[in-house]
Design a protein around this ligand. Sequence first.
Ligand code: XMP
Length: 604
Amino acid sequence: MHEKIIILDFGGQYAHLIASRIRREQVLAEIHQPDEVDLAFFQDPNIKGIVLSGGPQSVYDEGSASCDPEIFKLGKPVLGICYGHQFLNQALGGKVVPGKDSGKEFGRAELTHDQQCPLFKDIPTVSPFWMSHGDEVSQLGEGFEGCGNTDLCHNAAVWNADLNLFGIQFHPEVTHSEYGHQILKNFLDICELKRDWTIEKFYEEHQANLKAQIGDKHVVLFVSGGVDSTVAFALLSNILGADKVQGLFVDNGLLRQGERDYVEKSIKAIGARLTVMDEADRFLGNLTGVYEPEAKREIIGNTFIDVQKAFFATHELDENTLLAQGTIYPDTIETGGTKNSDTIKTHHNRVPEIQKMIDAGLVIEPLADLYKDEVRALGELMGLPHELVWRHPFPGPGLGVRILCAEETTEDIPQRDVNAFTLQRNKKPFEVLPLKSVGVQGDFRTYKHPGLLTVAEDDLAELESLSTKLINHYTDINRCVKSLGHNYDGRIERTKVKQSDVNPERVARLQRADHIVTTTMHEMGVYNDVWQFPVVLAPLSFNNVGEESIILRPIDSIDAMSATVGKLPWEFFKKVTTEILKDDSISAVFLDVTSKPPGTIEWE
Ligand code: XMP
């Protein structure tokens, strides 16, 4: 029973970010949906403060997200952020209006505060904060007074000293707000709560809870080799003893080179029990003749469920055997801003069959209260190898979503003299490549062409910024790539997209390139300088040399919600390109220089 902060999620994309920042201050923060908790819920004495998150709606719109305003009178400190700030003021009689064009702020703004409000303790009087709003509070709620403003926003920070209510238009949770973390710390001080949420405490308390919950039962768990399921597996094996926990690893034929051996060895090394199920033929068979990205994802997900079902058909789960899953906290919550990723993630652990087992009490999820950084900390605490705990994330459908497919063969012969093949002639500094990949622009997934940059620039930050400008301007592309090298000679005279599905030959081709990237990262000591590094295979060749192209997608991110290009040294890219091009079937190697948004991390 920890003292805690409740975050009411009004649908903003940063609710998880607020919670994880607060947890870094050793305070338990829980996210709840405003329409699922009532006044009685907030009377829990362990709830010491409330944060109202941002949200995409306007508070004056009918049906916009809201909560019971009576909770503002409980005497518990409240911090409203962006939409939460506007809601708080409106709920107490203030007014919110659409900002005039000059009142809309996106990005950095200088905030001046009056040095009176405790929320700004130890923060310079003028400091930069991150803004992202179209509406503004034009009239303050009852009992509020202004305590901070920017050039464009008069009521950027307000407080009601009697009721301990605070409203801020800016986002303290994003790393670009230099003193944002201090704001959150100050709010926690105002809430006067114990900072007792540590991973050591969690481990200590959780062991006893899990033991009580599981008793003498046996547990089966599907491990993927990823951090979450491995830590869940190790935790359960530690607590219950290895003989009570059966790990199952499905080889779906879409794994990285050497992955199966790696997982077997590392699981054995931590003293746990693992059985490998060889299902490669089943997965690859189901993918034959399938070309659409979402169809592939669905087939892989369904095949995984079939494998699980086949297992449960012969090993029935009952009151003596439970299914364990490595579900982590963000997977358990549906928030507006993360609905897409939740759909992806819940594929495996919230499908109807599993949901039925959850409802019947046959499933345990020992990490369901933790964020990824906490899962890693727990892994380290239990003594798991550092390398295992800090592995890059890898998608459930594996290389299946990194092998682009094409339903038919098409050839494109650029006629520069007639039509300029979209080169400098028509002033575009890129050529449109004749295949498509997924992107994210606004709240929508897009499916558009990549643009192959034809500029000489080789500064990665410049390329990334050019890519953003071009994608904002030209509607036919959603990402940009830069050529790193090719096996054809001269300039591009002909491009060809070859009909292809996912098959063992292509899996092996991608595995080889992916392996070169991973081993080179380790050799050059840069593995931990990027957050993730997808390597993608596309059925695209140039000048009839080779069959396919490889795209490198180094990623810098904290939570996969937004990302920039991993800025590894050119020496690295040169080295891997030379190695990859030793395979004659590879026509060209590209580097993806697109941030997220507008590009997604994966190409499918
Ligand atoms: P995107 O491509 O949406 O990826 O920017 C965000 C993060 O999610 C991972 N990802 C997946 N993970 N099943 C998964 O388990 C999937 O279908 C899937 N698609 C993307 C991706 O690797 C990145 O870390």
